[in-house]
Design a protein around this ligand. Structure first.
Ligand SMILES: *Cc1c(COP(=O)(O)O)cnc(C)c1O
Length: 388
């Protein structure tokens, strides 16, 4: 059966060049990069090379990159490390209602431990209002944590505006850029970011590795205490193979943003147009323009997103409802809730997230199988019948 993968926001396939880059470190190059002897030297160069590759992609200095075990660790480290280091300055964090659980759950944990958190609301497009952000800042505010692009809707936040506000009030700015990296240009200087988180497996690299950009001079308590790795900012023997893979993935991503993601955007737009033309009562979730080039989130009125996905799966199509982390639960996504999407529509929200391996045939295949599935599921829906 034909298989179409349109769930790149959940994870991406490892690029062949990335795998090649990693293999020697599972075989002959086994050393510990902290060792001073030949075996250590064989691999420490690879870690430093990867650091340069990551730094180049986001326009910072290699010394400002800290390797982690995943994006979630990066978010935890940024928030908890800031709160602990800046205890004497304040205890207030400003974030949004639509962050990834790696940020939201960490904020909830911090609230139980003496922090105050303001969750900025979003409008129907999932967008925040910068004026509200500015109003939320108090004497006690130590951190603004706002993602670059939303994983469910693709909505892009005005990071340069946020960065300017952070600078004006001398508040630290953390951004979860896991979904933006490799899809659009990300420049930590332009956006005046202090802490930025990225993850390997969302950008054509391996799972279980990530990085945090920590602006020079940013005081942070480590999340993992131990050895002196990463200039005392993150202990633990380096996952050399994964780090080398992440570096290569970032190098490739930098080369691919322009050409590949223009093509991905065209495919996404073709899918969006096709769905709107072929199926009545479809609602776009997310900002119509300010959106990641690969993401399309739509609600098909009267239908359960889960049943749609199961029917997709039977046709070989991999998409997602809500976020990967919350699917399987019956709660509608917190992002849809925050956007004020009514419950029934929130339940039918479906995310297609495309990538460089997708083709026009993939899009046309989805456009061919989708309308009859939607029609059949609607016929079975009591809500739809009532309306007719
Ligand atoms: C996937 C994702 C994460 C978590 O990254 P992991 O490496 O899977 O821990 C964090 N934030 C966003 C926006 C994501 O999409």
């Amino acid at each position: 059966m034909k298989q179409v993968y349109m769930d790149y926001n959940a994870t991406t396939p490892v690029r062949p060049e990335v795998l090649e880059e990693m293999l020697p470190f599972f075989r002959e190059h086994f050393g510990n990069p902290s060792s001073v002897h030949w075996a250590g030297r064989q691999v420490s160069g690879a870690v430093e090379n990867a650091r340069e590759q990551v730094a180049r992609l986001i326009n910072c200095s290699p010394a400002e990159i800290v390797f982690t075990s995943c994006g979630s660790e990066g978010d935890n480290m940024s928030l908890k490390g800031t709160v602990d280091a800046l205890r004497d300055k304040g205890n207030h964090i400003v974030t949004t209602t639509v962050e990834h659980p790696a940020v939201l759950s960490t904020c909830q944990y911090l609230e139980k431990n003496g922090c105050e958190v303001t969750y900025l609301p979003v409008d129907e497009h999932g967008m925040i209002d910068s004026a509200q952000l500015e109003k939320a800042i108090t004497e006690k505010t130590i951190l603004i944590s706002i993602m670059w692009g939303n994983n469910e809707t693709g909505t892009l936040f005005p990071v340069e505006e946020i960065g300017a506000i952070a600078q004006k009030y001398k508040v630290r700015f953390h951004t979860d850029a896991v979904q933006a990296i490799g899809k659009i240009p990300v420049d930590v200087q332009k956006a005046n970011v202090d802490l930025l988180v990225l993850s390997g497996h969302k950008v054509g690299g391996p799972k279980g590795v990530g990085a945090v950009y920590v602006r020079r001079g940013t005081r942070m308590t480590p999340l993992i205490h131990g050895g002196h790795q990463e200039r005392n900012r993150r202990a633990g023997t380096h996952n050399v193979a994964a780090i080398a893979g992440l570096g290569k993935a970032c190098e490739l991503a930098g080369e691919r943003i322009e050409g590949d993601y223009q093509r991905v955007r065209d495919l996404r737009d073709r899918l969006e147009r096709g769905i709107m033309e072929r199926i009545p009562e479809v609602k776009l979730n997310g900002h119509p323009e300010k959106r990641l080039p690969n993401t399309l989130n739509v609600s098909f009125a009267y239908i359960e997103g889960e049943s749609l996905l199961l029917n997709f799966d039977m046709k070989g199509i991999a998409a997602s409802s809500g976020s990967a982390c919350t699917s399987g639960s019956l709660e509608p996504s917190h992002v849809m809730g925050a956007m004020g999407v009514e419950i029934a529509l929130a339940h039918s929200s479906t995310r297609f997230s495309l990538g460089p391996d997708n083709t026009e045939e993939d899009v046309d295949y989805v456009l061919e199988v989708l309308p009859p599935i939607v029609e059949r599921l609607r016929e079975m829906s009591p809500l739809y019948k009532k309306k007719a």
